[in-house]
Structure formats: C-alpha cells, structure tokens
Design a protein around this ligand. Structure first.
Ligand SMILES: *Cc1c(COP(=O)(O)O)cnc(C)c1O
Length: 405
C-alpha cells in the first residue's frame, strides 16, 4: 500500500511555505481529518498517527466523550476570565487534584506556562518559607532537557539551537547530567529551591534514566528541603504505562506539571499541581492567565481526564507497550542501534552509519505511518493510548518493512 500525494497537497504546501514562519520542519503531509488513531490527508490517504501530537492525543483524535463535553460547554459559556468565577473550574480542579493526590492546582494553557508557574512558585517558596536571600534562589535542571520555549526556559536548555540568538537569559539555573544522582547531590546548596526534571526525556530522544534515579532525587530533595518538580507534560496521563512516570518509582513530586493530553487533543490546557504549602505562596495579583481555567478548558479537561481513568489507558499503555517493544526488538534490521522507552513512549535509535532518522520517517509516511524523528537519530513511536493490538500489529508490519531493508 503506497501513499501518493497530488496537486492538492502540493498547492497547500506551497501556500504554507509562503506564509508560515519556518520554525518547524514537518513531514510533507496535509491532514484534514482525524478519528481515533487514524488521520486522512487532503488527497484521501489514510495514515496511522504514531506521534499523537507529542502525546497531546493520548485519548486519540476526536474522542466522543471529550467532543460531547466540548460541544455542551460551547453552547453554555466559553470564557469569563479569572476576574469572575465560572461553574466548571471547581469540578475540574477537584477531579485533577483527586486523580493526582495533591491539594491545589493552578490551571494555565500551554505546557511552558505551567513550567513557568512552577518556577515562580518554588522561587517564592524559597524566599518566603525556606529563607533563601533575595534573588539568590537556584533551580537545578538536567542536560538534554525540554521544558518549553519561553526565553527563561530556552535559557536553561543545553541544546545550542534552542538558545543561540535568543539571549540574554534568566539567571538562577544550574545544569547537571541527566540521570546522575551524585551530580545532583553535589549541585544542591543552601540556595537551591527546586530540581526540575522529566522522569523520562521525550524531546531529548526518549531517554530513560537509570533505575532509581527519580527515587534518589526524591530522597535528596527531601533531605535538603528542595522542591522536586516533575515535568510530566509528555510522560504523564498514561503515556509511559503508569498514570505518571514518577509512579514507576513510587515517587510523589512536590510540584507536578501537566499539559498536553490534559486537553484531550481538543484544547490547550495545562496545570501546575502542588500542596498548599507551596501553592499558597501565590497571593492575588502574583500570577495569572486570561484563559487559564476558562469554562471551556475546564469542561474539556475534566472529560479528558475521565477518559484516561475510565478507559484505563495507563494499563493499556503498559500492556501494549511491552508487547510492541518486544516485537520491535525482534526486527532483524541493519539500521537499529537501540530500542528504548516505557509504555507506549518508544524510541528507535538509528545507527549513525545508516544516516539520520528523518528518511526512515519519510519512508514510513509512504506506508501510511506518521512518525517523527527527534534528536536526528531517534524515531519516536507514541500512538494514541486507545490503539488496539491489531492496529499496532499493522504498524509493526510497515515498520518492519522500512527498517529491515
Ligand atoms: C511539550 C513539552 C513542554 C511544553 O509544552 P507546550 O505546550 O509546547 O508549551 C514542556 N515540557 C515537556 C516535557 C514537553 O514535552
């Protein structure tokens, strides 16, 4: 089954190239419709979505429960701003806090805003509660991190391209090698207020830290009164085979940062979640967002969360992920260096001698599989968690064909 694109795709691509900022390098496919794990392009070709919008589509495209909640809310109320209350935010935040086991949640829109919220929260906690001298607070981050694209966040990236040309940057961040608990211990000092970490690095190339790293980090943070800030924007909400990736090591962070699938692929919704000791450092006027916690977002977020829990998507991800990774490892391929991941967050590392991952993604597109390279050598497979084993088997067949020759 080979996919062909025609003039419709070509003319839309030309239009995008003319009018769009060139800050992405997408595969040359123009999608017009999606349902579950499938999307269709403007020429009528069907593809399996194996990226799920970087895990923002854990529930699949246009999940009926989420669409129904969105439609019902569209007919009632969409925005109040935080100058007034709306009747959807309370039920949403209660569901979110109960599902995660925390006392408070602060709703934002994009992932990077939730990360910024967490940074401001732990800094103010450091000054007002821990007793760090003014403007001396330090937050430790990891090499190869991805936490978003604001100037503050880009400033503590170790990826030259994310930083070059965008300085000067916010001070107060210290970088340690990912997965290195000894380096973390050495980096902590009396002014350290937080350790910001992805429990598994997604954009960094699906990098799984050594076993015990997150629990060791938990121990060190507790010992030195440092807030453990887990960025679970991509790894959370079932993606890695647990509700949160930190659950693999039974670790409860101090600040849990969520986004992406919290909006069910329908609407941008994010949140910084913590207990009162941290969250209550914010007083009226400290922080906010016009659209954060708006009634449409809240209604959609609550439905998105209910789908994750009701359909037991973390368990599905665990079972299907284990099956899929075993099958991938059984592929006899001259190109595969390594296969790694947890649940349905899987990276296939391509050997340098076989070139970059991109041409393999382009070959997969021709076979009806949409996947995207990350960090040049890695193909990421992260389909919606609603995928069936039959659908995964179809994907596997195409992947096998592309990788075994
Ligand atoms: C996607 C992502 C972000 C940023 O989210 P946006 O919604 O794109 O701002 C932050 N952290 C991680 C781990 C992510 O995967």
């Amino acid at each position: 089954m080979n996919h062909n694109t025609t003039s419709k795709t070509a003319s839309l691509l030309a239009e995008i190239n003319q009018y769009s900022a060139h800050n992405y390098h997408p595969l040359p496919v123009i999608i017009e419709k999606g349902e579950g794990v499938w999307v269709w392009d403007v020429d009528g070709n069907r593809y399996m979505d194996m990226l799920s919008a970087y895990s923002a589509l854990n529930q699949g495209h246009r999940h009926p429960v989420i669409l129904a909640a969105a439609r019902a809310q569209l007919d009632k109320l969409t925005l109040t701003s935080r100058a007034f209350h709306n009747d959807q935010m309370g039920p949403f935040l209660k569901t979110l806090c109960e599902a995660t086991g925390f006392e408070r949640a602060l709703p934002m829109n994009t992932g990077m805003e939730a990360v910024e919220t967490a940074i401001k929260m732990v800094r103010k906690w450091g000054y007002t509660i821990k007793g760090v001298p003014d403007n001396q607070a330090e937050i430790i981050v990891c090499e190869n991190n991805f936490h978003g694209r604001t100037t503050t966040i880009a400033g503590f990236s170790s990826e030259a391209q994310y930083r070059d040309g965008f300085g000067p940057f916010t001070p107060g961040f210290k970088c340690i090698p990912y997965g290195d608990a000894e380096a973390l211990a050495a980096a902590i000092n009396k002014n350290t207020v937080g350790f910001l970490v992805e429990p598994l690095q997604g954009e960094g190339g699906v990098v799984v830290p050594p076993d015990g790293f997150i629990s060791k980090a938990r121990e060190l943070c507790s010992q030195h009164s440092v807030a453990l800030m887990a960025d679970e924007i991509q790894t959370g909400l079932g993606r890695t085979g647990r509700l949160f990736c930190c659950d693999w090591e039974k670790v409860r962070p101090d600040v849990l940062i969520v986004g992406k699938a919290l909006g069910g692929g329908v609407y941008p919704i994010s949140a910084a979640i913590a207990d009162a000791e941290l969250m209550d450092v914010f007083t009226p006027g400290d922080h906010g967002s016009t659209f954060g916690g708006n009634p449409l977002a809240a209604a959609i977020g609550r439905a998105a969360l209910s789908v994750i829990l009701d359909e037991k998507l973390p368990e599905r991800s665990d079972q299907l992920g284990t099956w899929f990774i075993d099958k991938l490892r059984a592929i006899d391929s001259p190109h595969i260096e390594e296969i790694r991941g947890k649940g349905l967050m899987i990276g296939v590392v391509i050997k340098e001698s076989s070139g970059k991952a991109r041409p393999f993604c382009e070959a997969l597109q021709k076979k009806g599989i949409l996947a995207k390279e990350t960090h040049h050598q890695v193909i990421r497979f992260a389909p919606p968690l609603t995928i069936t084993q039959t659908e995964l088997a179809f994907a596997l067949e195409q992947i096998q064909q592309v990788l075994s020759t």
